[in-house]
Design a protein around this ligand. Structure first.
Ligand SMILES: CC(C)(COP(=O)(O)OP(=O)(O)OC[C@H]1O[C@@H](n2cnc3c(N)ncnc32)[C@H](O)[C@@H]1O)[C@@H](O)C(=O)NCCC(=O)NCCS
Ligand SMILES: Nc1ncnc2c1ncn2[C@@H]1O[C@H](COP(=O)(O)OP(=O)(O)OP(=O)(O)O)[C@@H](O)[C@H]1O
Length: 230
C-alpha cells in the first residue's frame, strides 16, 4: 500500500486537496479528525488534557471548548508543547488504526493528511510527500476569513508551525495554492496521475517495501543455500 503524505501550513488548502482525492476515490486519513476524536469527552486524551489545563477549558456539556483551548495554546509555546505531548500517543495510534482498516480493505493508495507531518516526524512513513504551499498574505487572509478570527490569533496559529517555506523545501511534490480554484484543479490533475502511477523498479527498490522484500529474499536464499550444503 502506498501512503501519500499531504501537509502544508494552516489554511494552505490541505482539506481542499484532500476532498479532491476523496472525489477521485482515494481514501484520506485526516489527522485533524483523529485529533478531534482523541479530545472527545470521556476519552483518555480528554482526561489528561482536563487534568493539565483545568475544568475552565470545558463547555457546559463537558466537551472541550476548542476555541478557548486554541487561544491558550496558540499564544503560549510551552502550553502548546504540553498539549502536543499529551495527545501525541492517542493521535498516532488513531492514525495507525485508520491506516490498518484501509489496508484490510485492500486499498493500494491512501493519503495521510497531517498538518504536522514533519514536526511529528511522520514523514518517513509517507512517499511521496505533497506540500500545499500558499503565499503568506493569501494564507493570512484565508485563515482570518475561514475561522472568523483576529489577525493576532491568525498570526499566532501560523507561527505555531514549521515555516511553510521550510516544508516546501522538504516536499517531493509542491502544490502552489496561491491562485484561484481553477489553478489548483489543474495542478491536482497532474499530482493525481503522479501518485496513482505504479512505482518504477528503482523507486520500489529504494522504498521500505523494497528493502523488506530484498531482506526476505536474502534470508530465503541463505536458508536454501544452508539446506543444500547440509
Ligand atoms: C488546540 C485545538 C483544540 C484547537 O482546535 P480548533 O478546532 O480551533 O482547530 P483545529 O483542530 O481544526 O486545527 C486547525 C489547524 O490548526 C493547526 N494545528 C492544530 N494543532 C496544532 C498544534 N498543536 N500545533 C500547530 N498547529 C496546530 C493545524 O494546521 C490544523 O489543521 C486543536 O487544534 C488541538 O487539539 N490541537 C492539538 C492536536 C494536534 O496536534 N492536532 C494536529 C493534528 S497533527
Ligand atoms: N485556491 C483557492 N482559492 C480560494 N480559496 C481557497 C483556495 N483553496 C482553499 N481556499 C479556502 O481557504 C481556506 C483554507 O483552506 P483549507 O481549509 O482547505 O485549508 P487547510 O490547510 O486544510 O487548513 P487547516 O490547516 O486549518 O486544516 C478555506 O476556506 C478554503 O475554502
Amino acid at each position: 500500500m502506498r501512503i501519500v503524505g499531504l501537509t502544508g501550513g494552516i489554511a494552505s488548502g490541505k482539506s481542499t486537496v484532500s476532498n479532491m482525492f476523496k472525489a477521485n476515490g482515494i481514501p484520506v486519513v485526516d489527522a485533524d479528525v483523529v485529533a478531534r476524536d482523541a479530545l472527545r469527552k470521556g476519552t483518555g486524551g480528554w482526561k489528561k488534557v482536563v487534568d493539565a489545563f483545568g475544568e475552565e477549558i470545558l463547555q457546559d456539556d463537558g466537551e472541550v471548548d476548542r476555541k478557548k483551548l486554541g487561544l491558550i495554546v496558540f499564544s503560549d509555546p510551552d502550553k502548546r508543547l504540553v498539549l502536543n505531548r499529551l495527545l501525541a500517543p492517542y493521535i498516532s495510534s488513531g492514525i495507525f488504526q485508520e491506516i490498518f482498516k484501509l489496508w484490510l480493505k485492500g486499498h493500494k493508495v491512501i493519503v495521510l493528511d497531517v498538518p504536522l507531518l514533519f514536526e511529528a516526524k511522520m514523514d518517513k512513513w509517507t512517499k511521496p510527500i505533497i506540500v500545499v504551499w500558499v503565499n503568506p498574505e493569501t494564507q493570512l487572509l484565508r485563515l482570518i476569513e475561514r475561522d472568523r478570527t483576529s489577525e493576532i490569533d491568525a498570526r499566532n496559529r501560523i507561527d505555531a508551525q514549521m515555516p511553510l517555506d521550510l516544508k516546501r523545501s522538504k516536499a517531493d511534490i509542491v502544490i502552489d495554492n496561491s491562485g484561484p480554484f481553477g489553478d489548483l484543479n489543474e495542478q491536482f490533475c497532474h499530482v493525481l496521475s503522479q501518485v496513482t502511477r505504479p512505482l518504477t523498479w528503482t523507486e520500489f527498490a529504494l522504498s521500505r517495501n523494497g528493502a523488506l522484500v530484498a531482506l526476505l529474499s536474502i534470508s530465503v536464499a541463505i536458508l536454501i543455500a544452508k539446506n543444500a550444503s547440509s
